[in-house]
Design a protein around this ligand. Structure first.
Ligand code: SF4
Length: 263
């Protein structure tokens, strides 16, 4: 009898532990839940209709953010490249806080190529992923010195050879500093807005930055790509934020299939 009671107590306690674990896992999931997605996108439109809508979106963005520009402080291509590499998984504000001192210590690729990994890690620690970033920054600077005579390349193929440089970073440097519209800077804001605005032709929940970039390049004129990237980033920060998009005051609402879907 006593053994039965003990067994039943043990079972009850196991059930309680499981329930608590489920509750706590739900809490963890709730905390880590992704940015809200619209309930339904009404996207049964032809490619031509989507292009017309994209043109209206571009016009509305131009009116809303005429001066949109890169938020990373820089005075030359080298500084912009370093700041852009540092901005991965980090806010531009935080990057801007540490770059003045960093550029004072390492004013060019030659200086950065001779930086000590551990020292650089300490100097950029607050931007996150500092070990990887330090390795990439030193590798990038060494490659720039060895292969490009210390000058930051002004074309996509050469930029993509540098450690820590993918299309997003290369597009930012090419478009912002060299004024070459080779593609769009697809960061987390641009990806989210492209999805909410129903601008992705192939996969509406696509997270692949290169495919998102290809879709956007087909919809918008080449000369708008760099400015549009900065405008979408700004709009994503100020209005169409990840957690609480402010559709009621959004100038794109008329052409956005997600407008009001988050209430
Ligand atoms: S209406 Fe504006 S704020 Fe709302 S989802 Fe669309 S783009 Fe974002």
């Amino acid at each position: 009898m006593a053994r039965k009671k003990a067994a039943s107590k043990q079972t009850r306690s196991k059930t309680t532990v499981k329930k608590n674990a489920r509750k706590s896992s739900k809490r963890v999931k709730a905390r880590r839940s992704p940015a809200p997605r619209p309930a339904a996108l009404k996207l049964d439109e032809t490619p031509a209709a989507r292009k017309r809508r994209a043109t209206r979106i571009l016009k509305a963005l131009r009116a809303a953010h005429p001066d949109a520009d890169c938020a990373l402080h820089h005075r030359n291509a080298y500084e912009l490249l370093v700041a852009t590499i540092l901005s991965a998984q980090c806010t531009d504000e935080r990057v801007n806080q540490i770059t003045p001192e960093l550029f004072r210590r390492y004013p060019d690729a030659q200086a950065l190529a001779h930086a000590k990994q551990e020292t650089l890690e300490t100097q950029i620690r607050s931007t996150g992923f500092f070990r990887n970033k330090a390795r990439n920054l030193i590798g990038m600077a060494q490659a720039v010195c060895e292969r490009f005579d210390g000058r930051i390349p002004d074309n996509m193929d050469d930029l993509l050879q540098l450690p820590g440089v993918a299309r997003k970073t290369a597009n930012c440097v090419l478009g912002t500093w060299y004024r070459k519209n080779v593609g769009l800077v697809v960061d987390t804001h641009v990806g989210r807005l492209a999805q909410r605005l129903g601008l992705l032709a192939t996969a509406r929940n696509d997270k692949d930055a290169v495919r998102i970039e290809q879709d956007l390049m087909k919809l918008f004129p080449t000369e708008s790509w760099t400015w549009l990237s900065h405008a979408l980033i700004l709009h994503g920060r100020q209005v169409c934020t990840a957690r609480k998009p402010r559709c009621d005051e959004c100038p794109l609402a008329r052409d956005c299939p997600s407008a009001g879907a988050f209430d």
